[in-house]
Design a binder for this molecule. Structure first.
Ligand code: ADP
Ligand code: MG
Length: 621
């Protein structure tokens, strides 16, 4: 039986680290409808920086084993990141190269490439044949190369060389080699033989994927090249080296696409594999983990003998420069980074209010002083000339100030915070701070209520003041627009005389009103459309900044609260609390409150009631 050797050629040291390279693909105008320009750029061969959404005067700088800028060719990426690991496969050792990153950032381009720009896979296979050819006959070994090609989709292992096959098992033999019984494995004697098998299988996969909701971005495509070498002389030792070349599923947050049903299950499974991969890479690179959680997903289980340990592993993190990828880029970098540093320097000059300076020019002027080749920049300038006129200095800040964007950023930040143990204390501080703020708001609330009561009493003495008009509608909530209005809840007296939608605003103010209202609201919620009218109404009558504040607090509890804290929310009991914890376990965090409907049993209607009860509770208690 072929043996896997742990070390070779005197390399007795265990190399368990995963080398991390980042590749930034070129900026694509068509991917950037808002003409915001890039949000990330390279600094040198190991460092890059990304704009810091939290503070426009800062950038976040990351350090990697290698950084490949947008002008880097396939050949350069290959020589720097892939070629060095190939000789190990000829010596009975294992290696893996995988492309990580959001869909559209260049994973397939990097791994597969095109006929004009072949990627890492064709280059690596060609190079393996060259290495074998170059081996000295006198060394006394015969080499044979074979391939398998599989896909992990929805936690199922599928044979791409035998379409229609079923989920294959993953096993481990007594020497701790990972095997897939039943997987097609074909010996190849030349690159063209490889190509004849590989290309149709890849095309099949792509065609199937368009029919199946872009499955290719949701599955992991794994090419396995085995190099078996056999000693010609007695005792005819045999060694097998494995090389895995993997085009991973997109690392974007599938929850944002609003997946339901099968898609939701699918994205959950993808997240599980990628989530586990991130834990494995993290454990390997930090060197502190007691247990590397290979068994937690099919992907990591399969790669177990070729990722970490004595294997040689390279992760190429692909990122895209456009703002629309900002969140995914940010999380991909955080996953991949060895270190990061907040740098007190604006990413672009558009963060400084100098309206006369066209935004793209400003950025390019800066770029001229950093990395990148002149011809490319010239080309970019020409492409972007037409974009300059309508770009305002605050273009990207505008997009960051959309409420949904802010929600996502805040959630992302929470996600990052919760991922890092060292930040747990700061999270606890945040929770304490939030509680304090809620307390202060409650006190303010009481003050306004008593003022309102006084007003209502004086109003009773003046019949002309009897208020039957609808209160002023405020603008919809906007997280970042400063709102000078104070937290004001409509005076109590209107509740007796106002239409239903106004009653909702004051429902927390007295037990008597509350009871009456419950009945009324039940009544209102029955016919479909009316509930919405009512929801719009009660929310729109609250001060926007207070409303937003309350929403953020609730989101914070949903994302970081313990079961007890979750149960402290209105309308969340033990069962719901556990379901929320379970959802968090699988999917990570809620990016926005509306994501709560993805939790089992949480209908739109229940969600509406949940929101109303919690926001009013936070404000009116
Ligand atoms: P992914 O596999 O991560 O979803 P793709 O490899 O399909 O992304 O890349 C998306 C698009 O960007 C494709 O049109 C691809 O040709 C292009 N692209 C990606 N990386 C590069 C690059 N380094 N140079 C030129 N074009 C690229
Ligand atoms: Mg792809």
């Amino acid at each position: 039986m072929a043996q896997r050797v742990a070390t070779g050629d005197g390399a007795s040291k265990k190399t368990s680290r995963v080398r991390v390279a980042v590749r930034l693909r070129p900026y694509m105008g068509k991917q950037d409808e808002k003409n915001e320009g890039p949000c990330v750029r390279g600094l040198d061969s190991q460092n890059l920086e990304i704009t810091n959404w939290r503070n426009a005067t800062e950038t976040v700088k990351y350090h990697f084993d290698a950084f490949h800028g947008e002008q880097t060719t396939q050949q350069q990426v290959f020589i720097s990141s892939v070629k060095p690991v190939l000789p190990y496969a000829l010596n009975g050792q294992n290696a893996s190269v995988f492309a990580y990153g959001p869909t559209g950032a260049g994973k397939t381009h990097t791994m597969l490439g095109s006929s004009g720009q072949p990627g890492m896979i064709p280059r690596a296979v060609r190079e393996l044949f060259n290495l074998v050819k170059a081996k000295d006959e006198d060394e006394g070994w015969d080499y044979s190369i074979g391939m398998s090609y599989l896909e992990i989709y929805n936690e199922k292992v599928l044979d791409l060389l035998s379409p229609g096959s079923h989920d294959l098992p993953i096993r481990e033999d007594k020497d701790k080699n990972i095997l897939i019984p039943g997987l097609t494995h074909t010996t190849i004697s030349s690159f063209s033989e490889f190509d004849k098998l590989f290309m149709p299988a890849t095309l099949n996969r792509t065609t199937a994927s368009t029919k199946l909701n872009e499955r290719s971005s949701r599955s992991h495509a794994i090419l396995l090249i085995k190099v078996v070498r056999t000693q010609r002389a007695f005792p005819n030792r045999q060694q097998t080296g494995k090389l895995y070349l993997v085009d991973l599923a997109g690392s974007e947050d599938n929850r944002r696409t609003g997946n339901q049903g099968i898609r939701l299950k699918e994205s959950g499974a993808i997240n599980l594999s990628l989530f586990t991969l991130s834990k494995v890479v993290d454990s390997l690179n930090s060197g502190t983990a007691v247990r590397v959680p290979y068994r937690d997903s099919k992907l990591t289980r399969l790669l177990q003998d070729s990722l970490g340990g004595s294997a040689h592993s390279v992760m190429i993190t692909n990122i895209a420069p456009e703002y629309k990828y900002y969140f995914d880029t940010f999380s991909a970098l955080n996953f991949a980074a060895k270190s990061k540093l907040i740098v007190n320097k604006p990413f672009t000059r558009e963060t400084v209010a100098v309206p006369v300076l066209p935004v793209k020019r400003a950025r390019r002027d800066q770029e001229a002083g950093s990395s990148g080749t002149e011809p490319q920049k010239k080309k970019q300038k020409e492409e972007k000339k037409t974009e300059q006129d309508d770009s305002s200095p605050s273009a990207h800040l505008d997009s960051l100030s959309e409420p949904s964007v802010m929600d996502r950023l805040l959630a992302l930040e929470k996600l990052m915070m919760s991922c890092q143990d060292k930040d747990r204390n700061s999270m606890l501080n945040d929770v304490a701070q939030s509680r304090k703020e809620i307390q202060e708001l409650k006190e303010k609330q009481k003050k306004y209520e008593s003022q309102a009561l006084l007003m209502s009493q004086s109003a009773k003495q003046e019949p002309a003041f009897k208020n039957t008009s609808v209160p002023l509608q405020r603008k919809p909530s906007n997280a970042t627009r400063p709102n000078k209005q104070q937290a004001v809840v409509q005076p109590l007296q209107v509740s007796q005389l106002q239409p239903l939608k106004q009653l909702a605003v004051v429902r927390k103010q007295s037990v008597c009103v509350k009871k009456k209202e419950k009945k009324l609201s039940d009544h209102v919620e029955l016919p479909g459309g009316k509930e919405n009218i009512m929801e719009t109404s009660w929310e729109s009558q609250l001060d926007t900044s207070v409303l937003e504040h309350s929403r953020q607090k609730i989101l914070q509890v949903l994302n970081s609260g313990s079961l007890k804290e979750l149960k402290g929310l209105q309308l969340i009991g033990d069962k719901k609390g556990k379901l929320i914890l379970g959802w968090r376990e699988i999917h990570g965090h809620f990016l926005k409150l509306e994501d709560l409907v993805k939790v089992e049993g949480m209908t739109e209607k229940r969600f509406s009631s949940f929101m109303k009860a919690n926001i009013l509770s936070a404000m009116g208690k």
